[in-house]
Design a protein around this ligand. Structure first.
Ligand SMILES: *[C@@H]1O[C@H](CO)[C@@H](O)[C@H](O)[C@H]1NC(C)=O
Ligand SMILES: *[C@@H]1O[C@H](CO)[C@@H](O)[C@H](O)[C@H]1NC(C)=O
Ligand SMILES: *[C@@H]1O[C@H](CO)[C@@H](O)[C@H](O)[C@H]1NC(C)=O
Ligand SMILES: *[C@@H]1O[C@H](CO)[C@@H](O)[C@H](O)[C@H]1NC(C)=O
Length: 182
């Protein structure tokens, strides 16, 4: 009796598991399109001199006396290129704020807007802390538009070229992004 009872409850459990499995959608049917991962390398050109692409729009009364320019707010419309000194394929539009009193560190909020190439018309939203003195910095990809809808991921930045006298800079951005291309 006990054996039959055990085996029937075992069969019941098997049936219940089968029903549960059938009711749980597989990842393939849950998403109407597939998530893919894309790696893009672009160069970001912060031009302080000449036809400047970065302007200071606000600062604190104490910013000039701060070694880290704490409190300064910059607006950017920086060129993005696929190779350091080549054709512009998009622009980095947004702001960065000097937000650390001890080290040179900025909080950045930017949209990488592509205007040429395979991502023309799409954009990637980036937010994070950029501690400039570090060799490799990392920030978050927090969203996107076009082929980058529902984007998530991260960027790694490395200084490629800097002019200490003018402040002009070229930074290499490696973007690792997961998104639903459809
Ligand atoms: C300055 O740069 C913008 C785009 O970054 C460009 O449209 C404009 O023609 C440039 N102006 C001059 C004088 O080079
Ligand atoms: C900080 O220095 C800049 C450049 O010398 C000057 O234009 C600006 O007025 C100064 N800001 C303050 C708050 O004193
Ligand atoms: C790219 O531009 C930077 C800054 O203008 C310059 O120093 C460098 O030599 C250039 N590199 C190449 C490969 O043209
Ligand atoms: C990029 O897209 C815009 C708007 O769809 C279009 O007008 C433009 O010709 C495209 N540029 C390139 C280089 O494909």
């Amino acid at each position: 009796m006990a054996v039959i009872s055990t085996s029937s409850s075992f069969v019941f459990c098997l049936l219940a598991a089968a029903v549960l499995l059938a009711a749980t959608p597989s990842p393939a049917t849950a998403a109407p399109w597939d998530e893919k991962e894309t790696h893009i390398r672009v160069y970001w050109h912060d031009q302080v001199t000449g036809n400047a692409t970065v302007v200071t729009v606000a600062e604190a009364a104490t910013t000039n006396t701060s070694s880290t320019r704490f409190g300064a707010v910059q607006v950017i419309d920086d060129a993005l290129t696929l190779e350091p000194n080549k054709t512009v394929i998009g622009r980095a539009e947004g702001i960065y704020v000097s937000s650390n009193k001890e080290t040179t560190s900025v909080t950045m909020a930017m949209n990488f807007v592509f205007m040429d190439g395979p991502f023309n018309g799409s954009s990637i939203a980036i937010f994070g802390q950029n501690r400039i003195e570090l060799k490799v910095r990392e920030m978050s990809v927090i969203g996107g538009s076009g082929v980058f809808r529902l984007a998530r991921g991260y960027v790694q930045l490395r200084s490629y070229w800097l002019s200490p006298s003018t402040g002009d800079a070229i930074i290499q951005y490696d973007i690792f992004v997961r998104h639903y291309d459809h």
